[in-house]
Design a protein around this ligand. Structure first.
Ligand code: CO
Length: 137
C-alpha cells in the first residue's frame, strides 16, 4: 500500500540553528520558513535527492510541536510520512485492522497542499505515521 518515504519530520527547539546546520554544515538545500497556522507549525523543508526532512517549530497557542518539545527539550524525530495513492482507501484498510487515525479520522490538507492523515503512534511501534496522497504520475 505505501510507496516512497516522502519525509521525516524533526521537531526543533531553535529553527535558525537547525537551518544553519542543515544548510551550512551539511550542505543541503533548505527552503524559506513557511507558517501553517492550522497545524500549529512553522516548517522548513530540507530537500535531499531521495526524500525530504521537515524541520518543525511551534507556531501559536496549543501547537502539537510545543507539547512534543516539552517532553523532548533537545528536539527529536516527530513523524515519518509515507506516500499512498488513495488515502481514503488506505484509511479504511488500516482502521479495519484496528489502527487509529488521529483527529476526526478525515484527511486534512498538509504542508504540501495534498491530503494527509496521521496514525496513532501506539499502533506503529511508538512512531507517529503520516500518510500523504500523491496523485499517480
Ligand atoms: Co509531515
Amino acid at each position: 500500500m505505501i510507496g516512497r518515504l516522502n519525509h521525516v519530520a524533526i521537531a526543533v527547539p531553535d529553527l535558525n540553528r537547525a537551518v544553519a546546520r542543515y544548510r551550512d554544515a551539511l550542505g543541503a538545500a533548505v527552503s524559506a520558513p513557511q507558517d501553517l497556522p492550522e497545524h500549529g507549525v512553522r516548517v522548513v523543508f530540507v530537500t535531499l535527492d531521495n526524500t525530504k526532512v521537515e524541520l518543525l517549530h511551534p507556531l501559536g497557542e496549543n501547537s502539537p510541536i510545543a507539547a512534543y518539545l516539552a517532553r523532548h527539550p533537545d528536539g527529536g524525530m516527530h513523524h515519518m510520512c509515507f506516500e499512498v495513492g488513495d488515502i481514503a482507501a488506505a484509511a479504511e484498510v488500516l482502521t479495519g485492522q484496528g489502527a487509529r487515525v488521529l483527529g476526526d479520522g478525515k484527511p486534512r490538507i498538509g504542508a504540501h497542499g495534498l491530503p494527509v492523515l496521521f496514525l496513532h503512534p501506539k499502533d506503529f511501534d511508538g512512531t507517529l505515521i503520516e500518510l500523504e496522497e500523491i496523485a499517480p504520475t
